[in-house]
Every structure is written in structure tokens, then in C-alpha cells.
Design a protein around this ligand. Structure first.
Ligand SMILES: [Ca+2]
Length: 160
């Protein structure tokens, strides 16, 4: 393969590769071990974990909108008994797509959306903890698939 061809292949790959920023209002003590981006890294053993307080937010922002009509949230034992999920497609209109006030098991939640969304932002408002510990999510899937691309993790206590 010629150097020029390789270069153009790399260039076109980078044009299509997606990038995501995952922000959380807090992390459990232990810092980066529990960073927010762990919910999209495709590994079932890594997780985001908040500090041990109610009302935490996880915000996922895709550089290129990700089309999906089903979300799967894989909770750790420390799940949310009350939480809400919302989506924006164009950073303007916000769609509340799911909410529960009586989740009583850490079983994964499979959320079928009412249509296919071009997800620009996905926000999970974790309102009430099921345990005295944190909110913790192993992985989030889109149409049963893991995200593929670059992941940036952030802590942003000012998220609303
Ligand atoms: Ca993970």
C-alpha cells in the first residue's frame, strides 16, 4: 500500500470517527477509576460512580449525532431508584424519553424510544439512590451496540 493511499485512508477514517464527551457532576472517591467515560468504553467491568449523594447528572455529548431507537443502561448494584433520561437532537429541543420513580432492582433497563433519534446529547438525571452508596453505571448501549470512537471524560459540578 502506498504511503499516499495510507494517508488518505487515515484522513477519511478520522472524518467519520465519532467523538464523545461524557461529563458527570461528581465521581466517587478514587477519582479516575470511576470516570464518566467508563459508561461508553465497551467494557462491562469499568463503570462511572458518583459521590454518595442524590441528584447527580451524567451528560453524554456526541460530536456527530448518533442515531438510535433503543438505549440500554447497565447498572451496578448501586442503581438509581428514581431517574430521568432526556435527549436533544439539535441542542435546542429537549425530549424527555424515559423516567421512573420506583425502580426496585439493578437489572439493566432497555428503553425503547418512540422513534429513531439522532442523539446529540443524552442526559441521565439520577435523582434518588437505591442504596446508601453512589449512582453507578457499567455501560450504556445504543441499539444494543457499544459506542465506538474517542471518549473524553469530565467532571462538571455545575451541570443542570
Ligand atoms: Ca464500561
Amino acid at each position: 500500500m502506498s504511503y499516499r493511499l495510507l494517508l488518505s485512508l487515515c484522513f477519511s477514517f478520522s472524518m467519520f470517527a465519532n467523538e464523545v464527551t461524557v461529563s458527570a457532576t461528581s465521581l466517587e472517591l478514587g477519582g479516575n477509576v470511576f470516570e464518566a467515560g467508563n459508561v461508553l468504553d465497551g467494557k462491562r467491568q469499568t463503570r462511572w460512580s458518583s459521590r454518595f449523594e442524590d441528584n447527580q447528572i451524567l451528560l453524554i455529548e456526541f460530536k456527530n449525532p448518533l442515531p438510535a431507537e433503543k438505549l440500554t443502561i447497565i447498572w451496578e448494584n448501586a442503581y438509581a431508584s428514581e431517574y430521568m433520561v432526556s435527549i436533544t437532537e439539535d441542542n435546542k429541543k429537549c425530549y424527555a424519553v424515559y423516567g421512573t420513580i420506583d425502580k426496585n432492582t439493578n437489572a439493566q433497563d432497555e428503553i425503547k424510544l418512540d422513534r429513531k433519534y439522532k442523539i446529540k446529547q443524552l442526559k441521565i438525571d439520577c435523582l434518588k439512590r437505591a442504596t446508601v452508596y453512589c449512582f453507578s453505571i457499567f455501560e450504556i448501549l445504543f441499539d444494543d451496540k457499544s459506542f465506538e470512537g474517542t471518549i473524553i471524560s469530565k467532571i462538571d459540578p455545575s451541570l443542570k
